[in-house]
Design a protein around this ligand. Structure first.
Ligand code: TMP
Length: 236
């Protein structure tokens, strides 16, 4: 498959057209941003790790019935994916209070939530990705009721599969963000990435943060944390 012109460059990835009109190539970068672009930096080899971790987890999800955009990993940083139009929603799933939820509700980080929390943010950098609810989503024609029901169902299923899988590797899945896309024939599938950039991973025993919070909060050790996630998932 031939890599053609770039169609998009985001904060962490570039997307290219290919000679197959239904496929794109995603190319993962080492660039890291936080606070909607306010803090910028790089995390050495992050692109390689996020490419491999995302594909590993998407394969697991696909096997257990969650449709994803994954087609084939073609290099350290590049993966062929199905072409979708991204639904402009950040779907956040939370098991344990942390980050913005802790701030908003005054819950100490690490507080177990009695029920899994699902949140939606409207993907719009200029607006700072504001949180919205299902009424906003229908009013703005972001998704239909049927589509949103499916997105919620898939998101809870992803949570169940990943929580159980990571637990066996000594990783607690605190929260994470998903994005979905629509294929040209109208199917909703999981897109974007699932990586230490988009999930909070805490070591089950020590509570050590093994994710992008180390970068967001200037804690240091982000490269080692990303490597540790790759090692536990893939053994390298
Ligand atoms: P938050 O606590 O900052 O709202 O983040 C919740 C989870 O979603 C956390 O695992 C990080 C992830 N996330 C992203 O991947 N991208 C984003 O733009 C935001 C706000 C959160």
């Amino acid at each position: 498959m031939r890599k053609l012109e770039q169609v998009y460059e985001g904060k962490a990835k570039k997307v290219f057209k290919t000679d197959d009109p239904e496929k794109f190539i995603v190319d993962y970068k080492d660039d890291a941003t936080a606070g909607n672009g306010a803090k910028k930096g790089t995390i050495h080899d992050k692109g390689i790790i996020n490419n491999r971790v995302t594909n590993h987890l998407m394969k697991l999800l696909e096997k257990q019935g969650v449709p994803t955009h994954l087609v084939e990993e073609i290099s350290d940083r590049e993966t062929i994916v199905k072409k979708v139009s991204i639904i402009p929603l950040e779907v956040i799933v939370r098991n344990i209070a942390a980050g913005s939820l802790s701030k908003r509700l005054g819950l100490p980080e690490g507080t177990k939530l009695n029920k899994t929390v699902l949140e939606y943010c409207y993907k719009d950098d200029a607006l700072g990705d504001p949180m919205i609810n299902d009424y906003h989503i229908f009013a703005l024609d972001i998704a239909t009721k049927e589509e949103l029901d499916l997105i919620a169902e898939y998101s809870f299923k992803v949570n169940e599969i990943l929580t159980a899988y990571l637990k066996d590797l000594g990783i607690e899945l605190i929260d994470f963000k998903l994005e979905y896309g629509k294929t040209s024939d109208g199917k909703i599938i999981l897109a974007d990435e699932i990586s230490p950039d988009t999930c909070r991973f805490w070591d089950s025993k020590t509570g050590e943060k093994l994710d992008k919070d180390r970068f967001r909060r200037d804690m240091g050790g982000e490269e080692d944390a990303y490597k540790e996630i790759l090692r536990r998932l893939i053994g390298e």
